[in-house]
Design a protein around this ligand. Structure first.
Ligand code: ADP
Ligand code: MG
Length: 421
């Protein structure tokens, strides 16, 4: 749904268009439907879904719609200075054709500049609880003049112990029936709900569940496995489940290369797709893969991004992606168009944090599968490699060279990092 379907003030709509927003996000649509009518909301929606514009557009629109001489001011309470700055920036962009006065207030900076901007009179005040309360107690901020209240990142505010300050601020404002109240949070816990019920006028609770990008049709599995035996587990799984094809992701270029080679040596027809290959070669690899000329493609994220590899039976995260969105991109390549698909991930040493981040991003726990002993298969590539090593038995000079290369790599981690992706 487009922003212009809501009959917003034309100058506000102009600002939104300039900002580059056309389609509303889900949370914006659901929020604005209620708040543009002046009603209260308590909104839960994950980070990055556009909650800021949802309340700013409400504030701007409802403020300028009010043609009376006494326009109500808006107070936005946020947990951190960074967030205050970020919201002020977004507000200034949307305010481009409106000319409302906006200011932000937080601790750690001097009072002089903040007081001067308060004196001029502001329509929108953004701030952290401590500084807002302080300014109010010193008589610089007249909370009685505020007719809009936004509590942003409520869960964090309460986690950080700001509840008493916030209650104190709200008490100094006009009664709840004389205000429009909005609360936003990534999670609506018990405290947030209680605050909403006690300080708002019958708020509508809006909960936007994450887009079910990953969930329903893809069966996800997580194996905990030590990194040195990941290959054996993957071979075992491929032998056991015999997928028609699979896209296997690694985080590093060199591991994609090595993995494809190892798979080949184990009798699995495979190729690697990495960012260092010329574009033409990459396209050919994809084409061959899609045509079934080989069944197993080992790729890095960068190489796979933007390329259409659809209708896979299986995706394997040999390495857990460091970026949550990449998890969704990777596994979303299976189970297209109503087909079922499988996404298998290997969690090894030091990836617990990534898993946690991914699970909160996708809004579900990835079911853990036990890596039973009999699922591990022998890796024939090790034998093939050691045979070759025996055959080639490198000269002393070679060995010395490679030692010094390794040494350089250790000494220069930046250089090692260049091999990433
Ligand atoms: P949240 O507060 O839910 O974490 P933000 O309000 O910070 O999310 O918005 C996340 C990002 O989405 C920002 O970069 C913002 O500019 C962008 N954004 C917000 N609304 C839209 C929209 N309707 N269309 C495109 N981008 C948007
Ligand atoms: Mg936000």
């Amino acid at each position: 749904m487009n922003f212009n379907e809501f009959h917003l003030e034309p100058r506000l709509l102009h600002g939104i268009t300039d900002r580059g927003y056309k389609e509303m996000t889900a949370v914006q649509k659901q929020t604005l439907e209620v708040t543009l009518r002046g009603l209260d909301v308590a909104v839960q929606s994950q980070t990055g879904t556009g909650k800021t514009a949802a309340f700013l557009i409400t504030l701007f629109n409802n403020n300028i719609k009010d043609r009376t001489s006494k326009r109500k001011k808006a107070l936005i309470i946020v947990p951190t200075r960074e967030l205050a700055v970020q919201i002020e920036k977004e507000a200034r962009l949307l305010n481009r054709h409106l000319g409302l006065a906006i200011g932000s207030f937080f601790g750690g900076v001097g009072y002089a500049a903040q007081l001067a901007s308060l004196k001029k009179g502001l329509d929108i005040v953004i701030g952290t609880p401590g500084r807002l309360l302080d300014l109010s107690q010193k008589g610089h901020l007249k909370l009685k003049n505020f007719g809009f209240l936004v509590i942003d990142e409520a869960d964090r505010l309460f986690d950080m112990g700001f509840l008493p300050d916030i209650t104190n601020i709200i008490r100094k404002m006009p009664p709840r029936h004389a205000r429009q109240n909005m609360l936003f949070s990534a999670t609506l816990n018990r405290v947030s709900r209680k605050i909403a019920i006690e300080n708002m006028k019958s708020p509508k609770f809006i909960e936007v569940t994450p887009e079910k990008l990953t969930v329903d049709t893809i069966s996800q599995e997580l194996y905990h496995v030590k990194s040195h035996i990941k290959m054996n587990l993957m071979l075992g799984i491929l032998k056991d489940q015999t997928p028609q094809n699979a896209l296997i992701f690694t985080n590093m270029r060199h591991s994609a290369f090595r993995l494809a080679k190892n798979l080949q040596q184990n009798g699995f027809n495979s190729q690697h797709l990495t960012g260092d290959l010329p574009q033409k070669r990459r396209l050919n690899i994809i084409k061959d893969f899609m045509e079934g000329k080989f069944a197993f493609l080992v790729a890095t994220d960068v190489a796979a991004r933007g390329l259409h590899i659809d209708d896979l039976e299986m995706v394997i995260n040999y390495d857990i992606p460091q970026d949550c969105e990449n998890y969704v991109h990777r596994i979303g390549r299976t189970a297209r168009a109503g087909n079922s698909g499988k996404a298998i991930s290997f969690a090894s040493e030091g990836t617990a944090d990534h898993i946690e981040a991914i699970e909160s991003f996708i809004g579900m726990k990835i079911p853990v599968q036990a890596a039973e002993d009999n699922l591990f298969a022998t890796d024939n590539s090790i034998r093939a490699d050691s045979k070759k090593r025996f055959r080639n038995d490198r000269s002393k000079k070679d060995r010395k060279n490679s030692r010094s290369k390794n040494f350089q790599r250790k000494k220069n981690p930046d250089r090692a990092r260049q091999f990433a992706v």
